[in-house]
Every structure is written in C-alpha cells, then in structure tokens.
Ligand binder design. Structure first.
Ligand code: ARG
Length: 465
C-alpha cells in the first residue's frame, strides 16, 4: 500500500516496523472527533475560498458517510495507514475520489491530532464530572439517613472520638466537590483550539482559525502555533486531577474494606458488588473496592508516564508524543468505571448501625468529654487531661470503661466530678455537643447536608456541558 506521505521514499518499511510505529490500534478511539474536526476544517476552507463550495460539499458528504459507518462499527482500519488520520483520509478519497486529497490543505496531522484530543477530553471530562456528581448524590443520600448513626472516629486508626457516620460520609462529598471543581476549571484549558497551527509554524493559506474554533465549540484558539501542537499539559492536568480523584476513591475503598471486615462489621456491601472465594465457602470479598484501590496505581502511572515522555522534548511535535494517548484513554475508562461502581456500592451498602454504635460504647473514645467537663469548670485543660488519663489507666487495670466507674472513683480523682458525668460520657451526647462550624454535631451535619444539596443542585443546573 502506498503511503500518503510516500513521495520522497524509494523503499517501504517492513510490516513489523510499520506496526511498531502505528497508533491505529488505539487512536481509532478518536474517530468521531477526527471527523468532526475535518468537517469544520473543510467548511472553513470553503468559506475562505481556499477550495470551492462544490469541492467542500463533496468532501463533507464523504466525511458524513464515514461518520455513520464509524457509528455502526463498519470501518476497517489498516496498520499500513499508521493512524486514524491517514486511515480516514484514505477512506475519504476512496469514497469521493481525488478531491478527498484537498481535505488536508492548510492542515497537518500535528494540529489535527491535538484538536482531536481536545475534543475528546472535553466530552469525557464532561462525562466524568457527571459521574462525580452521581457519587456525591449517593453519598449525600446515605449521609442523610445516618446523621444520628454513631461510629468511633479514628486517628492513627485508633479510636479517637465518637462521630456521626453521616459526617464521615460527607467528608468524601467535599473531597469530591473539590475534585469536580478542579475538573470544571480544567475545561477552560481543554476547550481551546489548536487547529490551524499547521505542522508548527502556521500556514500560508488565508485560513480563519476562529471559524473552525467556533464550529467546534471551542472558546478560543492557542495563541502560538508551536505551543498549540506541542502542548500536552491539558492531558497532564486531566491525569493529575484524575490521580487526586482516584486517591480519594482509594481512601474510601480502604475504609469500605476495613469496615466490611469481621473485625469492624460496620457495613455490609451488597452481593452485587462483592465476590466469593473459589475455595472458602464463607467468603464475601470487597473486590470492587480493592480493585478501585488498585487501579489508583495505574492512573498515577499514566500521569508519571506522560510527564516523563514530555520532559526532554524540544519543540515542536515529536513522535514520542504519540505515547500520550493510551494512558489518557485508560485513565478515562478507569476513572469513569470506578466512579460508577462506587456510586452503586454506596447506595446499596447496608450500614450496621447497631454494630457501629456498640463500638462507641466499648472504648475510651469518650475520654475527651471528661477532660472538657473538668476544663469547663475552670480546671486548666492540661491538668484535666492528666486526671482523665489516670482514670483511663484505672479502667484498663480494672478491665472496664469510663462509664462503668462508680462516682466514688471520680470523686477521688477530682471533687468537681458530679453525677452528670454519666450523661456527658454518653457518645450520642458527645457527638451532639460538637456543634462548632464543620463539626460532627448533628445540627452541623444537617446544615452541611443542606448546603451540599444546594451546591449539587446548582452544579446540576449549570452543567458545564
Ligand atoms: N499518530 C500521530 C500521533 O498520535 C499523529 C501525529 C503525527 N504527526 C507526525 N508528524 N508524524 O502523535
């Protein structure tokens, strides 16, 4: 097969060399974007008088045929034709004849491929933003059901202070809100057009870059042709935003894995998101959460991979840059899949409320309450801390919890302790009283949920897409 760029060559590469250089096996993912870009380009060529209206109409006709065929999965790609751009150009010429060769006037594959990827990411990031929103909704609904469900809050994975389970879930809502904001913000940089930058230097033809940008729904154009064809930081930004997002999902995965263990028994994942063991009949494994935790690694890998590909490249295009695609496609699939699974996992999980609450009664996570109690009565907090520390030690020696100690012991420790300490020690009271802004107090959690709902609705109404 003759290469589309074969003019100055006397000998063709062997098949295995072609295969090594080809990107068609993966960049066919960009087929629709490539055709859209071409349609805009050819429209502009005609309005600028670079090709005739008639020629443009023929070419567009052919491109639309290809669009339909692509949708129906009827296109047959060839490795010999290297990539999606050359494959489509050759198919076009087969349909419309030699006039198809005019499509590439005033354009290079360098600005073409960059345009395709901007279009691709714009729509995929839009999708991912929706999926983040869905997961936020699932978390919000669960949180609303569990404002007053008590659980031990941890630091260092040691029981620290009792909290509301709803509050814990809402922590992830806000992380995801920032992830979503980062993605929305990145659209500003994704949604600019490199088209018309040519191979690197612009073109001698009287093209109208704003027209193609408008036709493709871009907000503006790259100011510098070299930058336009060399920039991959819009992809890096996506990979980096995705890495942070996956890190959040991975932490929640880890918590789900812990919570669904026999040791915690705080939640039970729905059967539809768990798997069994081929040997141990009793097993119910949190595979999906584990996989998401694991897949976080490959998203980080994709980010570091592309950073490394780009770090030594001189301007402008270098073939190294063909390596930008697989990691991007993989990340889109991984992040979208993980978010979808997570939303399902959250809304179907069973929260073992009693088990969680029991945990808050069989630990020392109410010790801070006692220290606060004394300092409320004017005893310096440090001193109160020491007194309560001793009481905890006493309990440890006796094999009981703070609520089990008779008042007498409290009186021995400090005369300011009174009968009302037992109420103070109650975990529900402990949570309720943490009414500082952003705290776990039920009122605060309810207010946060209301605020979150408003934000979510607002985001939905002002969907960036
Ligand atoms: N397949 C190429 C890529 O993905 C398209 C751009 C090729 N440009 C070139 N000058 N060889 O990077």
């Amino acid at each position: 097969m003759k290469k589309l760029w074969g003019g100055r060559f006397t000998k063709s590469a062997e098949e295995w060399v072609d295969e090594f250089g080809a990107s068609i096996s993966f960049d066919q993912e960009l087929v629709q974007e490539d055709l859209e870009g071409s349609i805009a380009h050819v429209t502009m060529l005609a309005s600028a008088g670079i090709i005739s209206k008639d020629e443009a109409a023929k070419i567009k006709g052919g491109l639309n045929v290809l669009k339909q065929k692509a949708e129906q999965g009827e296109l047959q790609y060839s490795v010999k034709l290297e990539d999606i751009h050359l494959n489509l150009e050759s198919m076009l010429t087969e349909i419309v004849g030699p006039v198809g060769g005019k499509l590439h006037t005033a354009r290079s594959r360098n600005d073409q491929v960059a345009t395709d990827m901007h279009l691709y990411l714009r729509s995929e990031v839009g999708q991912i933003i929706q999926f983040v929103q869905e997961l936020q909704k699932a978390l919000l609904e669960k949180a609303e059901e569990h404002v007053e469900t008590l659980m031990p809050g941890y630091t260092h994975l040691q029981r620290a202070q009792p909290i509301s389970f709803g509050h814990h879930l809402m922590a992830y809502f806000w992380m995801l809100q920032r992830d979503k904001e980062r993605l929305i913000e990145s659209l500003k940089r994704i949604n600019i057009s490199p088209l018309g930058a040519g191979a690197l230097a612009g073109t001698t033809f009287p093209i109208d870059r704003m027209q193609t940008a408008d036709l493709l729904g871009f907000d503006g154009i790259y100011e510098n042709s070299l930058d336009a064809v060399s920039d991959r930081d819009f992809i890096l930004e996506f990979l980096s935003n995705s890495s942070i997002l996956m890190m959040h999902l991975s932490r929640l995965s880890e918590e789900f894995i812990l919570w669904s263990s026999q040791e915690f028994q705080f939640i039970e994942l729905d059967d539809s998101f768990a798997t069994g063991s081929s040997i141990m009949p009793q097993k119910k494994n949190p595979d999906m959460a584990e996989l998401i935790r694991g897949k976080t690694g490959r998203v980080y890998g994709n980010l570091v991979g592309l950073l490394t590909v780009l770090k030594g490249l001189p301007l402008a295009y270098n073939k190294d840059m063909q390596e930008d695609k697989e990691g991007m496609f993989d990340t889109v699939k991984t992040v979208a899949g993980s978010l979808k699974i997570f939303a399902g996992m959250v809304s179907t999980m069973k929260v073992k409320k009693q088990q969680m609450e029991k945990a808050t009664r069989t630990d020392f996570s109410n010790a801070t309450e006692l220290a606060d109690y004394l300092s409320d009565k004017g005893i310096p907090f440090r001193e109160a801390h020491e007194i309560v520390g001793k009481l905890v030690l006493l309990c440890v020696e006796k094999g009981c919890y703070l609520g089990d100690l008779p008042l007498e012991e409290y009186k021995n420790a400090h005369f300011q302790f009174n009968e009302d300490i037992y109420e103070v020690l109650d975990p529900a009271n402990a949570v309720q009283r943490r009414n500082s802004a952003g705290g776990t107090g039920f009122k605060q959690v309810e207010a946060a949920i209301e605020k979150a709902k408003t934000i979510l609705n607002h985001n939905e109404e002002h969907a960036v897409l």
